[in-house]
Design a protein around this ligand. Structure first.
Ligand SMILES: [Zn+2]
Length: 421
């Protein structure tokens, strides 16, 4: 059966309280990370809903030894990393993976309402994770239920991956899925992101560290030592010249209209930042070392090797006069799906129709774990979320979404999945 937009509007309107109730149940489980202690609970909550919609559900637990390694980088992690894989095979020609994460960032201060209670005020819902990204999970559950109840045929075999630890940015549940062959769809829909556009491009991330070595001595006769902090100025000058060169480039991937409004940029750009500096022992000791740290975000047109090479080349001339240690720590790779790809068009058409406004194809300058996943799988991917990057205040106090957008997202999923033949 094929459902017209007007009929769908009406159905979703009558179910408004129920989809809000789904969301409240999800928000109530405090899956903030670190520590990430409540994954098992939220997966247990989700399984009956998905079983009712005909899914086979599997708990995928990230092995202890992997979690132990993560704990070395991020202190304060505890609890089992329980992910959910829900599959429904219906003999369809095409298969689709749908992904988002179940963790949220800690609530932080300055909330006007209780962060783990979903509160309705005016036309909005407030609570930690409503935008990033539990709202999409509630909408997905409701969309699947509606399709079941109205007997709307789904055109894809579905694999739903609801995973752990996205917010700590090292090795998320999704990375584990990708490394273990659990993503098998022809396409991938990432529900993490904002609803301003269909995101097809993200920057890659590389953190870096430079140690400038000097020699300590009494500050009253500085010529006996080497002042690492004063000498670090040469490094900073070189980095500034590198930054200028890097940030002149731009990707062919466009940025969202709201980003253009804020920055004047039309396309995403590479970024180079010096963000941390430390050194020195005491006022009267010539500092023996100075450590500089920062990040480099690189566009899909650049490669990790190029980025490392360029970074090292920028510092090479200093090596004759300074003792330097240079370290690069690659993070998530960049992501790029051709905007003309048929899958992107499908998502764009459904999203534009459901939200009643044209959704442009965009890129963002941040990085996503989904980029790691598709580097392994080669799947065409696009990200479309539920909140607004400007209004929703994801990761801040009073995170919120519009109730209208929650309902629009339910419609988006139905319109994307329904078989129109
Ligand atoms: Zn997110």
């Amino acid at each position: 059966m094929y459902t017209e937009k007007l009929e769908l509007d009406e159905v979703v309107n009558t179910l408004e309280d129920e989809v809000i109730e789904y969301l409240s149940e999800l928000v109530q489980i405090p899956t903030f990370v670190p520590p990430g202690e409540h994954y098992e609970e939220i997966v247990d909550l989700l399984i009956p809903h998905l079983r009712e919609s005909g899914f086979h559900c599997e708990r995928v637990v990230v092995p202890e030894e992997i979690v132990e390694r993560m704990k070395e980088e991020i202190p304060g992690l505890s609890g089992r990393r329980v992910n959910l894989l829900a599959t429904r095979e219906e003999g369809n020609e095409q298969s689709l993976d749908i992904y988002t994460h179940l963790d949220v960032v800690p609530a932080g201060e300055a909330w006007a309402t209780h962060p783990y209670t979903t509160v309705r005020r005016g036309d909005r819902l407030y609570g930690r994770g409503v935008a990033d990204s539990k709202g999409t999970v509630a909408a997905l559950l409701m969309a699947l239920r509606i399709m079941n109840e109205l007997k709307i045929r789904c055109k894809y075999n579905l694999r739903i991956a609801l995973t752990t630890d996205e917010e700590i940015g090292i090795y998320s549940g999704l990375c584990y899925f990708a490394d273990n062959g659990l993503l098998q769809g022809k396409y991938l829909l990432c529900m993490d992101g904002d609803n301003e556009g269909i995101c097809v491009a993200t920057n890659g991330v590389m953190n870096w560290e430079i140690v400038v070595n000097g020699k300590a001595c009494h500050s009253s006769i500085p010529s006996l030592g080497i002042n690492a902090i004063e000498r670090a100025r040469l490094v900073m000058d070189a980095l500034e010249r590198l930054k200028e060169r890097v940030e002149q480039r731009e990707s062919k991937a466009p940025c969202s209209p709201s980003m253009t409004q804020v920055t004047g940029q039309k396309h995403i750009k590479p970024i180079f930042n010096l963000t941390m500096i430390s050194g020195g022992v005491k006022e009267n000791i010539i500092p023996p070392s100075c450590v500089l740290r920062g990040d480099r975000r690189y566009i899909p047109e650049e490669t990790e090797q190029d980025v490392v090479k360029e970074f090292e080349a920028a510092l090479a001339p200093l090596k004759s006069e300074l003792e330097l240690e240079i370290h690069c720590y690659p993070g998530y790779p960049p992501m790029y799906t051709d905007p003309e790809d048929g899958w992107v068009k499908e998502v764009q058409t459904a999203a534009s129709a459901a939200f009643g406004v044209h959704k442009p194809v965009t890129g963002v300058q941040g990085g996503l774990d989904v980029a790691y996943a598709v580097q392994k799988t080669g799947q065409p991917v696009c990200a479309f979320g539920i909140g607004s990057s400007i209004e929703s205040n994801a990761h801040g106090a009073d995170e919120n979404i519009r109730i209208e957008d929650l309902k629009n997202y339910v419609k988006f999923i139905v319109m994307l999945l329904q078989d129109r033949r």
